[in-house]
Design a protein around this ligand. Structure first.
Ligand code: NAP
Length: 351
């Protein structure tokens, strides 16, 4: 690559994840935001007029002035980050891929296409090979998992590799920003817990099987990990907390498990990718940790915090996992995938 940064476009730039992309990419060493796209309702407007900016950082002036484009595959940027609503993402992302774009998506629609990788860069970077035999033609689609899946599967991976996993039970307490902007009405969420998030339990039960699976030719052999999930929406702005119980295949002491978490790292750390957390999993000793308000921003929101490891009377062990849903669980995770693809040469022919 020349010394220029890679131009990228954000599809769904006005939403919860779209805004997080803008905030995180502000000073990225490799990528620069060239185009912003959203629905017809926003297209043609200046970004600052169309968006209700809810990030804690100031919106960059040059981006505030950018005119929002339609999500049609006539953009100049060949790499597009999708934060599109799932009701439209399936078709629009396929249109972009067919037209020769690299789409890295947060939406659920293509996650289970046989030839589309579902990537957590520390866990299954080798699954990117699937793009070499994709059906879309000139372009490709790569997907980022569900926000709760990412925290869970990161915490499970070192246990899966070292001790094997027989079964998992998980109960989530998910932040409001996970439902997009404006999300659940304040009258529904203040002073309340909502014990239902549409489609979420199925995603958490199914996605880890693909992520922990192994690549065989042009498809993934799923891992037969057995997971039961219950999901709740709680009055936290950012950060999904998950109470996990796990039954292992081999015996492990508490120390063995904490060491497995503390020693875990993957391809992003080896390649020293700009968004790679130095410690992807951080075990916290405090008996009241992890907590979203205190720990969601560890390693710039890219680390997964784990705590309260103890023996379980029903399973072998139980513990608590916390991860930032719009950073590690969405925009930051997607940027890390893009960095991995760049470092491994998957973007070369599109630049
Ligand atoms: P959101 O706040 O509702 O934003 C949705 C975006 O999609 C907006 O920019 C919206 O643009 C755009 N859009 C809607 N209809 C469109 C259309 N017909 N054509 C083009 N653009 C359209 O949702 P979000 O929370 O950012 O989530 C985005 C995606 O990421 C979803 O698929 C979600 O499931 C996934 N995800 C979210 C999280 C999270 O923590 N929030 C985590 C992981 C994955 P307008 O403003 O112009 O309507």
């Amino acid at each position: 690559m020349k010394n220029e940064k890679i131009k990228i476009a954000i599809l769904g730039a006005t939403g919860s994840v779209g805004q997080k992309f803008i905030e995180l990419l502000a000073d990225h060493p490799w990528f620069e935001i060239h185009e912003l796209a959203a629905s017809e309702k926003s297209a043609g407007k200046k970004y600052s007029d169309a968006v209700n900016w809810v990030m804690q950082s100031k919106l960059r002036k040059d981006l505030a002035e950018k005119v929002i484009l339609n999500c049609t595959p006539v953009l100049e940027s060949k790499i597009v980050f999708s934060a599109l609503d799932a009701s439209v993402a399936g078709e629009l992302e396929a249109d972009f891929a067919k037209a020769g774009y690299v789409v890295i998506s947060n939406a659920r629609n293509h996650r289970f296409d046989e030839d589309v990788p579902l990537i957590v860069p520390e866990i299954n970077s080798e699954h990117l090979e699937l793009v070499n035999s994709q059906k879309f033609g000139k372009g490709v689609i790569v997907t980022n998992p569900n926000c709760s899946t990412i925290g869970l599967v990161m915490a499970l991976k070192p246990l899966y590799d070292n001790f094997g996993i027989e079964s998992v039970n998980v109960v989530t307490m998910q932040a409001i920003s996970g439902g997009g902007y404006p999300g659940v009405p304040s009258m529904d969420i203040i002073d309340n817990v909502i014990p239902f998030i549409g489609g979420e339990e199925e995603k958490i039960e199914k996605e880890p099987g693909k992520i922990l699976g192994s690549i065989s030719g042009s498809k993934i052999d799923y891992s037969k990990i057995n997971i039961s999930a219950q999901c709740n929406r709680v009055g936290v702005i950012d950060g999904h907390t998950e109470c996990v119980q796990v039954k292992l295949k081999k015996n492990a002491t508490k120390n063995d498990i904490v060491n497995a978490w503390n020693n875990f790292s993957g391809e992003p750390q080896k390649l020293k990718l700009p968004f790679a957390p130095v410690h992807p999993i951080i075990y916290l000793d405090g008996e009241k940790y992890p907590q979203p308000k205190m720990h969601r921003n560890l390693e710039n929101g890219m680390a997964v915090s784990v705590g309260r490891l103890r023996e379980c009377t029903l399973f072998d062990y139980k513990f608590v996992v916390l991860s930032h849903n719009t950073v590690r669980g969405a925009a930051g995770g997607t940027i890390l995938i893009a960095e991995l693809m760049k470092a491994k040469g998957y973007l070369d022919k599109y630049l």
